[in-house]
Ligand binder design. Structure first.
Ligand code: ARG
Length: 461
């Protein structure tokens, strides 16, 4: 075991079975640039504390840069005997600068505080990418909303026609959750940017190395104040996995509507050829695969979160090897969102809405019945009775095959004397929409304000 990180204690090297189980380089090799950044900062801390002379520091930094170049061009690869990324990079450093100098870097740090730091650095970088992709997705939705400022559509509850709403209002209802997801990522960054570096294996550093400049060089905030917490906690990773899952769920709800809207029965939208798929056997097919993949991948994102939470449940402190299982699920969540969001944004940006059909359907299903009741309330009728009268009108019209504004004055009066022909004035989609002018309502001027507020809020992030 002379070549391993713990050769002294062991008479024999690792069994091949252990090596196969233990190895993590097939996923943690992605952390190499972060590991090397940590090593550079750590080497400077060693030099500042008098453990490396200036010349050795220069040679060490040059060796680390050379390894990073090799990682980038693929000429440096992990070996099957490397347990993990830290192991592989130390082997490379020893090869680059010799065992005397290469063997000095590990002083005062542990793979436990390293890995806890690296996963944060990786997630912070990818969070930036995901934030940009979320902004693009929100922009695509907001773009469709501003392209259709006054188009009405059926608003639904229980998937049944409920009240007319603006298409732009419905679209923006899918944008707001993504705005909050952006804010969740921003808020998460504060916790993610605490630095575990310097915590060592469990009990903290004994060599007088200053973790503050290390944290600063890595772009992190303050060092964490409890070395056990620093090395054993993964709540920050789980929180990221939650935000990723929530983004997936938010996309899946829009995806489900897009899938429905694209059906022959709904015919609300047409998907762009570039963002839909055909069938290998049915020539007529045009399928909403991006929306279906969004719906499907949301399950995978939930799985990554729940798997990680199950790993953490009741895990004693400090570091346990179980914690190596944090990376694959959260890396998968990152990769899933980084391929899903661009496709989803493109699909949304290129949707074509059949606004004529949407306008025709908006008043159907007696969706203006609430407006009848509200009209009676404005005439002084208690809402309880107004609801009854409007309900009786719906029952009458349904039986007679009429719309709500089609009965004669006599027929209105027969339902209730307080129901007069004046009700017809409120029985238009435009009138209904305009009347919903409370804060958050679907009246055109409220939705225009909403769009401006949403745009403003995203710009501020
Ligand atoms: N590869 C480990 C991980 O991903 C870090 C190394 C710590 N291993 C150890 N035996 N202390 O969590």
């Amino acid at each position: 075991g002379g070549s391993s990180l713990w050769g002294g204690r062991f008479a024999d090297g690792p069994s091949p079975e252990l090596e196969t189980l233990s190895r993590s380089t097939h996923f943690d090799w992605a952390l190499a640039p972060y590991d090397l950044a940590g090593s550079r900062a750590h080497a400077r801390a060693l030099a500042a504390a008098g453990y490396l002379v200036a010349d050795d520091l220069e040679r060490m930094l040059a060796g680390l840069d050379q390894i990073e170049a090799g990682w980038r061009d693929g000429s440096i690869q992990p070996k099957p005997s490397d347990e993990d990324v830290h192991f592989a990079l130390e082997r490379e450093l020893v090869a680059a600068v010799g065992p005397e100098l290469g063997g000095r870097l590990r002083a005062g740090r542990s793979r436990n505080d390293q890995i806890a730091t690296l996963v944060r650095l990786y997630l912070l970088d990818h969070a930036t990418t995901i934030q940009h992709l979320l902004v693009q997705t929100i922009d695509a939705i907001a773009g469709q909303a501003s392209a259709h400022p006054n188009a009405p559509m059926p608003g639904r509850t229980h998937l049944q026609h409920a009240q007319p709403v603006l298409l732009s209002h419905q679209l923006l209802a899918h944008a707001w959750p993504l705005v909050r997801d952006l804010e969740r990522l921003r808020d998460w960054r504060v916790r993610a940017a605490e630095s575990p570096y310097g915590a060592g294996a469990v009990a903290g550093g004994a060599l007088g190395l200053d973790p503050v400049p290390i944290a600063a060089e890595l772009g992190l905030g303050a060092p964490m104040l409890n070395s056990i917490d620093a090395t054993a906690s993964r709540d920050v990773v789980a929180e990221f996995a939650f935000i990723a899952a929530q983004i997936g769920i938010d996309l899946s709800r829009f995806a489900e509507e897009i899938i429905l809207w694209a059906t022959r029965e709904f015919r609300f939208i047409r998907l762009h050829d570039g963002f839909s798929t055909g069938s290998s056997i049915m020539p007529q097919k045009k399928n909403p695969d991006i929306a279906e993949l969004a719906r499907g991948k949301s399950g995978r994102l939930i799985g990554n979160l729940t798997g990680l939470l199950a790993t953490l449940k009741a895990l004693p402190l400090g570091y346990n090897r179980d914690l190596q299982e944090d990376k694959e699920p959260v890396f998968d969540s990152v990769q899933t969102l980084e391929v899903l969001l661009p496709a989803f944004a493109g699909m949304v940006a290129t949707l074509e809405f059949d606004t004529v059909r949407l306008a025709e359907l908006a008043p159907q299903g007696f969706s203006l019945a609430t407006d009848v009741a509200d009209h009676l309330v404005r005439e002084g009728v208690p809402f309880r009775e107004a609801h009854e009268i409007s309900g009786a009108l719906v029952r009458f019209c349904e039986a007679e095959g009429l719309e709500l504004d089609e009965p004669s004055d006599a027929q209105y009066a027969a339902i209730d004397p307080r129901l007069t022909g004046s009700v017809r004035a409120v029985l238009t989609v435009e009138g209904s929409l305009a009347s919903r002018a409370g804060i958050g309502g679907t009246a055109p001027e409220r939705v225009a304000e909403q769009l401006a507020a949403l745009t403003e809020r995203v710009r501020g992030l």
